[in-house]
Design a protein around this ligand. Structure first.
Ligand code: FMN
Length: 206
């Protein structure tokens, strides 16, 4: 039995393509693995605040020295880290905003990249503490970024996600990008079909 964390980050509801594709992945997965446990988190209905000066101070205070106020400040972050670490696999659906990730998901990353919980500092080096986890990112993009596209090379989304999760130790990271979704109905259909076909392929081999 596998434990899966399914997270949506688009501020849009039913019209969100990333949500629809993330849901498709989960539905297809459940057909093959009905016994698996899915935990769902929605950053639209449960937004994560930006980190604050108090949050940073609490984060960098050793556990044994944390005051009750510091523990309170870190409570949501601790819950998110516990939830993330408890999952064997993660399905994260994310829109592209301004060539990168929306602030909703950036706040999530800021809350789970935690010293002595998901990474450690050993002398001059950082060490990822997260082991044995697979992540698939399903992204929705208005434009195209594949080879030969006018904005080829402008994709700052995939690298930022890859670096943040590699930093904390995740090595098995996959991407499914639905592209061209705001370039007219024909290209939208093409982009969605291609992403759905990639989802069907990956679900059988993940
Ligand atoms: C604030 C904002 C910024 C966006 N920036 C980009 C961008 O930089 N590149 C791009 O390809 N599409 C961009 N888009 C289009 C979205 O990526 C596209 O509409 C996608 O489908 C949104 O995901 P969703 O359908 O899951 O909400 C932007 C949309 C919004 C609302």
């Amino acid at each position: 039995m596998t434990s899966i964390l399914h997270l949506d980050s688009s501020p849009r509801g039913d019209r969100s393509h990333s949500r629809q594709l993330g849901k498709k992945f989960v539905v297809e997965w459940q057909k093959l693995h009905p016994e698996d446990i899915i935990t769902y988190r929605d950053l639209r209905t449960s937004p994560i605040p930006h980190i604050t000066e108090e949050w940073i101070a609490a984060n960098y205070t050793l556990l044994e020295s944390q005051t009750p106020e510091m523990l309170q400040t870190l409570q949501l972050s601790n819950e998110l880290v516990d939830e993330f670490l408890a999952s064997d696999r993660c399905i994260f659906s994310i829109p592209m905003y301004n060539f990168s990730i929306p602030s909703s998901f950036k706040a999530y990353i800021d809350y789970i990249v935690r010293v002595n919980r998901t990474f450690a500092i050993k002398g001059d080096e950082f060490q990822g503490l997260v082991k044995n986890k697979k992540i698939v990112f399903i992204t929705a993009r208005g434009d195209k970024y594949s080879a030969g596209s006018p904005h080829e090379g402008w994709d700052a989304q995939e690298p930022s996600l890859r670096y943040a999760f590699q930093f904390i130790g995740v090595t098995d990271i996959q991407f499914i990008h639905a592209e061209g979704l705001d370039l007219g109905s024909k290209l939208r259909e093409q982009g969605l079909l291609a992403a759905k076909s990639e989802i069907e392929k990956l679900v059988g081999n993940w």
